[in-house]
Write a protein that binds this ligand. Sequence first.
Ligand code: A2P
Length: 337
Amino acid sequence: MARKAYRVGIVGATGAVGQEILSLLDKRSFPVETLRPLASARSAGKKISFSGKKWEIAETTPNAFDGLDFAIFSAGASVSRALAAEAVKRGCIVIDNSSAFRMETSVPLVVPEINADALAAHNGIIANPNCSTAIALMGIYPLHKAFGLKRFFAATYQAVSGTGAAAMQELETQTRAWTTGDPPAHTVYPHPIAFNLIPHVDTFLETGYTKEEMKMFDESRKILNNNKLRVSTTCVRVPVFRAHSIAINAEFEQPIDLAAARDAIAAFPGAELCDDPANKIYPMPFFYSGKEKCGVGRLRADTAFDNGISFWVCGDQLWKGAALNAIQIAEILFPKS
Ligand code: A2P
């Protein structure tokens, strides 16, 4: 469907991910003919800047999708559930950042560096993976290609940007309150997040895992096309503004070779090898905010698994974990002519 330029809708244009989508469309010179920024009724009529022009925000209604080539949804699962089918009905392809459709068999769940071929089977909706899953896979996938992944354990250190703009504000406000000795008021999280760690991301299930933890299990299986993969994750919210970090212990079918593992990561387009501990070089969220590639480092032979590698991945959750992955999908479906 190559055109000179495309008619693009952004649902949740005022939000943390929506804002990054706008700046990445510009940065990557995506050919936009018309931009339709969409949000809640609260934002309707306000203006947003994009590519040197002002664009008026409209309320996200079914008719808002008329005449669009595609829309990227980043306003949460309930908005996606209510409106994605309406967009598709109007000929607008949906790239959805929410969890609403990820596990539906008719919806491809795509990380372009891994399974871009899955896009061919879409029926109007394409799902973008959970942020921690997308970032973890930037380290896991090249190692899987080299040694054959059997199972992995992950512990996430998730930035507040994953919860949205209000959570970023809450971390800033609590940090300022701490310096003045004021009590750290909180509304977004169940506990203060500044100077704290909250081992609770998304809601708890009967098993004791959270929904976020099971996304790593279910979505890794779907993206890697392996229903036998075993995954166990602990997700933790940390007082970091933007990039997520993940500690991973992975077991492989074949004997591992750390030099080959490093080469595989360095050659993978979504990752950057950042692994020279002797010189204090390893990925850190501070330095992976605003970077397209995820950093992979601290590679070592795992002491609990026979064919195991322990490693650490950092990636910008607003970019590879959301906006960038969605735009990479759009770039494949809607190429520059
Ligand atoms: P609005 O700014 O009008 O509330 P974040 O993830 O940073 O919290 O942002 C959430 C995004 O989702 C915002 O752009 C917000 O718009 C948008 N949003 C929230 N509720 C709705 C809704 N019912 N319909 C469309 N967009 C919504």
